[in-house]
Design a protein around this ligand. Structure first.
Ligand code: GTP
Ligand code: MG
Length: 265
């Protein structure tokens, strides 16, 4: 009789993870955490001094997760406070909740590039409050994040939009990672486009005119225009390239070529 009894599933082991908020000052890190933990929004800016700390518990499938949240001050003044803290966290399973509210996406990471390995568990969050305060469009944020192997979310601490979903996705991806022996599932979209494609799309978006967009000198010949166009078309054609923004970049390149050829005899 005992042999026929259904086996009781052992609950998964509990996990303890650290969520670290990182990003420039005043981009909304603390508000996101407050919204998530306390379900409220504070519109007055109160700069974090050093590091704030909090704990919470969540459940993912049959695992209990104890979450330690470290909310870092973003002001450059606290660089020395953050640095040793992050160095010590390096070997631990850590998650960076990154909010980026400024156009200079790479600069924040450069400061820490020697001491933290971001790629494996990091997630990138782009702070928006619907369209009002957006300073970079979704494609650009997504492209940047995915080219670094980060997850990408758009949220609002003010309305609460996307906040719980983002945290839940963090937790699920960590549990998946643990259950997968530390290997990331292969569905990661960052593997589906190259750095060259991502860099080219970024370059096209910031180009100042059609010459610049095709990467050629003003006054170049028809042949040079066509050659540059063909190279970019092969790289960015939407059938071949799935990087965020590739379709718009491809269209921009087609338009740039048409405009230039009109004026070259
Ligand atoms: P530091 O602690 O100095 O690193 O800043 P922080 O990144 O923690 O910024 P904080 O969360 O304190 O928010 C900065 C300002 O942005 C505050 O005035 C917030 O009210 C505002 N803010 C944050 N999130 C949102 C949001 O989703 N929508 C709007 N409208 N404002 C927000
Ligand atoms: Mg703060």
């Amino acid at each position: 009789m005992e042999a026929n009894m259904p086996k009781r599933k052992e609950p998964g082991k509990s996990l303890r993870i650290k969520v670290i908020s990182m990003g420039n000052a005043e981009v909304g890190k603390s508000c996101i955490i407050k919204r998530y933990c306390e379900k409220r929004f504070v519109s007055k800016y109160l700069a974090t001094i050093g590091i704030d700390y909090g704990v919470t518990k969540v459940q993912v499938r049959d695992r209990e997760i104890k979450v330690n949240i470290f909310d870092m001050a973003g002001h450059p003044f606290f660089y020395e406070v953050r640095k040793p803290f992050l160095e010590n966290l390096y070997p631990v399973l850590s998650v960076s909740l990154v909010t980026l509210g400024t156009v200079d996406l790479g600069s924040y990471f450069k400061q820490y590039s020697n001491c933290i390995k971001f790629s494996k568990f990091s997630s990138c969050l782009w702070l928006i409050d619907c369209t009002k305060h957006r300073c970079i469009d979704e494609n650009e944020g997504r492209l940047w994040a995915e080219s670094k192997g980060f997850l990408y979310f758009e949220t609002s601490a003010q309305t609460g939009e996307g906040i719980s979903e983002m945290f839940q996705t963090f937790y699920i991806s960590i549990v998946d990672l643990c259950e997968n022996g530390g290997k990331r599932p292969t569905t990661n979209s960052s593997a589906s486009f190259t750095k060259e494609q991502a860099d080219t799309i970024r370059r096209i978006r910031s180009s100042k005119d059609s010459w610049d967009m095709l990467g050629i000198k003003p006054g170049a010949s028809r042949e040079e225009v066509n050659k540059a166009y063909r190279k970019l078309a092969v790289l960015l054609h939407p059938d071949k390239c799935v990087a965020p923004g590739s379709e718009d970049a491809f269209k921009a390149v087609v338009n740039a070529r048409t405009a230039l050829l009109k004026n070259i005899k």
